[in-house]
Design a protein around this ligand. Structure first.
Ligand code: ZN
Length: 667
C-alpha cells in the first residue's frame, strides 16, 4: 500500500463530508506540520479505523477511474495514478504500524485486529482487479522503449505481482489457488502456534526461553543437562503430541507444490526465487554449497581446538576417558576456546560504547562517506516526545533529504529487537514535487552497548541511509523497496565501519574522554571471526535444508527424519553440528515468509563484504570517490534497476564470495 494521490475530486468530497462533524480526523486533513511530519499528538486510537475506511474508499474510487478510463492504457494514465493512489491509507498505515510496534496499548491492539483483515481484503481486491490487470498487461506487452528505466521497473513489478497472484489463469485454476491459499494460511498458522506451544513447554521444563538457549548451552556445566536441553530443543514439533508438526509440514509442502505447478513452475523454489535477485535454484544451490564446503573445513578445525580442552577435562577426571565433542558440547567448549584465544571481556569495552557516542559514530561515518548532515530538531511532532529524537537530514549542498527519528531505549510497550521503519516513502507527487521520506530506527538498548549492539545500531542506520538517500520517482521502487535478498546488503554494509580505528578515535571514548585502546580494538576485530566455522555451517545447513524442501516436486512417501538425514549427509554436515533449525520448528520457512529464502542472509552478506573489499583494495576504506559511487549506484537507486546490474555497475564484475569467506575467517 503505497502512496497516493488523489483524484482531487475524491479528496475534496471526503474533506467536505467531514466538515461540520465534531473533531476532524487528522488523517483526512492536510498536514500543516514542519516537514509534513504526522501530527502525532492529534491522533487518537479512534481515528484509525474511520481513516482506513475513508482511505479504502478513496483508493477504490481512484482505481475505478483508472480502470474506466476510455483512453487506451499508458504508463501515465494507468501505472502512474496507481502508484500515486491511496494517499490516506499510506498516511494511516505509516503511522499505525509505527506506533503499534513502539507504543502498543490494548486499544491499539484492537485497532490492529480490525485493521488487518480490512487492509488484506482491500489488497486482495486490488490484486484480483481484472480490469486493472488487463490495462497493465497491455502496457507491459507493448513497446516500452519510450519509458524510463525506472518506469520499466515499476511496470514490471506491478505486472509480475498480478501474474504471481494467478490472475491470468483460467477461472477454475484461480478458484483452486484461492482454496490452496486459504488452506495454507490455516495450516501455517497452526504450525507456528505449535512451535510456540512447544517452545513454552521447553521453557517450563528448563526454566529458560528458547531465545536464551545458546546462552544456556554456553554456561551450563552439567553435560547430561546440556544433552537433555539440546534434545528437547531440537525435537520441538516432533514429539508425537497434539503439537506435532510432521504431518503439517507434509501438508503445507503438498499445497505449495500444487500451487507452483498451477503457476507453471517445476517446484516451489523455482516459483519463489523468480522475483528475487538470486533468481533460480541452480544459482542458490551452487552459492550455498561453496560456502558450506569452506565452513565445514573451518568447523573441523574448531572441533579439534575444542577436543583439546575436552581432553584436559578428561585428564582432570571431570569426564570419562574417550569422551568426544558432541553437538551438546559445542557452545560450552567454544566459549572456553574464546576465553583462551580471544580473551575479550565486554565489561571492558562497554564504557567506550555509550549509546549517545555510538549514535555520534554513525553520523560521523555517514558525513565522511556521503556528506550527510544531521541537525537535531526541537518542537516537531513526535510519537513519543520523551524518548525519541528527531533530525533533519541534508546533503553536502544543504538539500533536504528527509527526517530521521531515533527511538533506541527499551520500554514495556515496545516489541523486542531493533528495526527500521518508513513512516513516509520518498516519491515525486502528482504536482511534480519531491516528497522526502520519514525514517525511524528503533531499538531496545541500554546506556552502554555490547559489541553486538554497536553493530545493530550501524546495521539499522544502514537501512535508514538506504531509505533517506533515495532519489526515485515512484514509491513502489524507492528506498528500501528492493528485492528481499538484496535489502540486507546495505544494512550489513554499514556495519563495516563500526570498528574502523579512525572512526573509533572519534566516537569510542569513555567518561574520562579516553579513546578505546588499540589493544581492545584488535581483540574486538579478532573476536568477530570467532566460532565462524560453526556459525556459518549451521546457518548454511538450515539454508540448504530450506532449499531441498522447496525443490521437491512431490512429497509422496516422504519421511521427515529420513529426508533430513539424507539432505544433511549430502551437504557434508559433520555429526557435531546440526542445521540451525530442524524441519519441525523451522518457523521462518514454514510459517513466516522465508520459504526458499533463508539463504538471503548469506547472500546479502556476500554482496556486502564483496563491495567493502573494493573499498579496502583502494587502500583507504574512507575513499570518498568510491563512497560517492556507492551512494549514486545503490543508495539513490532503490529498486529502480535490477540489483545485479547495479552490482556490476559498481564492481565491474559479478559478485564473488572471497571477501565474505575471509571476513568470517573461513579462508
Ligand atoms: Zn536488517
Amino acid at each position: 500500500m503505497k502512496k497516493i494521490l488523489l483524484g482531487m475530486t475524491a479528496v475534496l468530497s471526503l474533506l467536505a463530508c467531514n466538515n461540520g462533524s465534531q473533531n476532524q480526523n487528522p488523517f483526512l486533513t492536510e498536514w500543516d506540520t514542519p516537514y509534513g511530519i504526522p501530527p502525532f499528538g492529534d491522533i487518537a486510537a479512534g481515528d484509525y479505523i474511520p481513516a482506513i475506511e475513508a482511505g479504502i474508499e478513496q483508493q477504490n474510487t481512484e482505481i475505478d477511474s483508472i480502470v474506466n478510463n476510455p483512453e487506451s492504457p499508458t504508463f501515465l494514465n494507468t501505472v502512474l495514478p496507481l502508484e500515486l493512489s491511496g494517499e490516506i491509507l499510506s498516511k494511516v498505515v505509516g503511522v499505525l504500524y509505527n506506533v503499534c510496534e513502539t507504543d502498543r496499548t490494548d486499544e491499539l491492539d484492537s485497532v490492529m485486529e480490525k485493521a488487518i483483515p480490512m487492509l488484506t481484503e482491500h489488497e486482495d481486491n486490488i490484486s484480483f482487479n481484472k480490469g486493472l490487470y488487463e490495462r497493465i498487461a497491455k502496457i507491459y506487452f507493448a513497446d516500452q522503449s519510450q519509458l524510463t528505466r525506472e518506469q520499466q521497473m515499476v511496470l514490471k513489478k506491478r505486472f509480475e505481482a498480478f501474474e504471481r497472484n494467478g490472475i491470468g489463469l483460467p477461472e477454475k485454476q484461480q478458484a483452486r489457488l484461492r482454496e490452496i491459499n486459504t488452506e495454507m494460511a490455516t495450516k501455517t498458522q497452526k504450525l507456528g502456534n505449535n512451535i510456540l506451544s512447544e517452545s513454552n513447554a521447553f521453557k517450563e521444563k528448563f526454566g529458560i526461553s528458547v531465545s536464551d538457549y545458546p546462552n544456556a548451552m554456553t554456561t551450563t556445566e552439567d553435560r547430561a543437562l546440556r544433552q537433555q536441553m539440546l534434545e528437547a530443543y531440537t525435537m520441538r514439533g516432533h514429539n508425537g503430541n497434539e503439537f506435532d508438526n510432521r504431518q503439517l509440514v507434509i501438508d503445507i509442502m503438498r499445497l505449495r507444490i500444487e500451487k507452483a505447478k498451477i503457476m507453471g513452475y517445476a517446484n516451489p523454489a523455482a516459483y519463489l526465487l523468480e522475483p528475487k535477485m538470486a533468481h533460480d535454484t541452480e544459482t542458490v544451490d551452487a552459492f550455498l554449497s561453496d560456502i558450506m564446503a569452506a565452513a565445514v573445513t573451518k568447523a573441523k578445525e574448531e572441533v579439534y581446538d575444542m577436543q583439546k580442552l575436552m581432553d584436559e577435562d578428561i585428564a582432570a577426571g571431570k569426564l570419562p576417558a574417550g569422551s568426544k565433542i558432541e553437538p551438546w558440547d559445542w557452545w560450552y567448549y567454544a566459549e572456553k576456546v574464546r576465553k583462551q584465544k580471544y580473551d575479550l571481556d565486554e565489561e571492558l569495552t562497554k564504557p567506550y560504547f555509550k549509546l549517545e557516542n555510538v549514535v555520534k559514530g554513525i553520523f560521523i561515518a555517514a558525513n565522511t562517506l556521503y556528506g550527510v548532515n544531521m541537525e537535531k530538531l526541537e518542537d516537531v511532532p513526535s510519537y513519543n516526545p520523551d524518548e525519541v529524537t528527531t533530525y533533519k537530514v541534508t546533503d553536502a549542498d544543504g538539500n533536504f533529504l528527509g527526517i530521521f527519528t531515533t527511538d533506541y531505549l527499551p520500554r514495556s510497550s515496545k516489541r523486542g529487537g531493533a528495526w527500521m521503519n518508513n513512516v513516509r516513502e520518498q516519491y515525486v507527487d502528482v504536482r511534480g514535487e519531491m516528497v522526502r521520506p520519514i525514517i525511524v530506527n528503533v531499538g531496545n538498548l541500554e546506556e552502554n552497548l555490547t559489541i553486538d549492539e554497536v553493530q545493530t545500531v550501524f546495521h539499522e542506520f544502514g537501512h535508514a541511509l538506504h531509505g533517506l538517500l533515495t532519489q526515485c520517482h515512484y514509491p513502489s521502487v524507492s528506498g528500501t523497496s528492493v528485492k528481499r535478498d538484496f535489502v540486507e546488503t546495505f544494512s550489513q554494509f554499514n556495519e563495516n565501519w563500526a570498528f574502523q580505528p579512525e572512526l573509533l578515535a572519534q566516537y569510542a571514548t569513555n567518561d574520562e574522554g579516553e579513546v578505546i585502546p588499540a589493544e581492545l580494538v584488535e581483540k574486538i576485530n579478532n573476536s568477530l571471526k570467532f566460532n565462524q566455522g560453526f556459525m556459518t555451517t549451521e546457518l548454511c545447513a538450515a539454508s540448504i535444508l530450506d532449499m531441498k524442501w522447496h525443490e521437491l516436486e512431490s512429497v509422496d512417501g516422504i519421511d521427515i527424519d529420513a529426508f533430513e538425514q539424507k539432505v544433511c549427509k549430502e551437504m557434508g554436515l559433520i555429526p557435531e553440528i546440526g542445521p540451525r533449525y530442524r524441519t519441525t520448528y523451522f518457523n521462518h520457512i514454514f510459517s513466516s515468509g522465508y520459504s526458499a529464502g533463508y539463504y538471503g542472509y548469506l547472500w546479502a552478506e556476500v554482496l556486502d563484504k564483496d563491495i567493502f573489499s573494493i573499498f579496502e583494495a583502494s587502500g583507504n576504506v574512507w575513499n570518498k570517490e568510491l563512497a560517492t559511487k556507492f551512494k549514486q549506484t545503490f543508495l539513490e537507486k532503490g529498486g529502480s534497476e535490477e540489483p545485479m546490474i547495479l552490482f556490476q555497475r559498481f564492481a565491474d564484475r559479478m559478485p564473488d564470495n572471497t571477501a565474505f569467506l575471509k571476513g568470517r575467517g573461513l579462508k
